[in-house]
Design a protein around this ligand. Sequence first.
Ligand code: PLP
Length: 344
Amino acid sequence: MDLTRLIRPNILALAPYSCARDEFKGEASVYVDANENPYNNGLNRYPDPRQWKVKELLAPIKGVRPEQIFLGNGSDEAIDLVYRVFCRPGIDNVVAPVPTYGMYQVCAEINDVEYRAVPLQDATFALDVEAMAAQVDDYTKVIWLCSPNNPSGNAYNEEEIENFLTRFCQQIVVVDEAYIDFSSVPSMVSKLDRYPNLIVLQTFSKAWGHAAMRLGIAMASEEIIGYFNNVKYPYNVNELTQQEAVKVLGNVEKKNRQVAEILEQRDILRELLLTLPCVEKIYPSDANFLLVKVSDAPAIYNYLAGQGIITRSRHKVQLCFNCLRITVGTPVENVTIYNALKEF
Ligand SMILES: *Cc1c(COP(=O)(O)O)cnc(C)c1O
């Protein structure tokens, strides 16, 4: 794959902004290079623009090199950067399955990039590779895959994704693994060296329990990450977030314990809900939520909201008629949902 053919010409030619903290590496005793206030309050200095402390802790956990990691203000920043690095506004297009995570389309529209949505297969939410291939042309720069997929909950298996990466080797394939810690399917991160067109997205917002911290992860070849670094805002991850991320990464066991608990609760919640007459079907889930087909989604959504229980209605989303997406909560929350629905 010739990566430079996929990069927007203006990004290829870009001389990136060089900030004060990019030009000097290491420790000094006097910093008078960035017009900061010299009085130490813990936050008076600009943060590390490349977040090396966080990346050095994260890299061995993910089995990649720190240079293969981009960190951003949530995965949403990485999603937006995919468009800004690869897609020429008004010219290029991207292909994605539907239903899937809404931000891919919103960011496409913001960047004036045509978004070609291809329905997943009815009832199973399996990929329709041929239908996707039919939408790919010379102007297709990116193909989005979310696995496990939001809102359907299913993960595509490894072999399926590898076939996909080979078939669409002239495009960038982004695999959004926001829910990978809850999945029985392994991460594609271990395949990065084999597929130069692969970008894997992950996040601290779900399994790691830090949605408020706003830290998203993109992993890819050093070459692709280099372009992301050139285009991102210089200080895109603030100091408080970097400090908290260092703490969070020091306690992988806590994350693993909570994931195990949530997986147990996912089964319990499924069994409870399946006993209810208003529940018609619950789709298999490789994530921390259940897509639940109910008898009357709008009515049940409103009823639950009236009880102070907020679910996500996917009723108006293609292939999700009468479906509510319910996040697995604490044991008490899960029983509360069940008890409320029993009274519907
Ligand atoms: C929740 C979610 C994310 C996380 O986004 P952040 O900006 O990192 O909080 C990313 N992708 C998908 C599919 C999600 O459902």
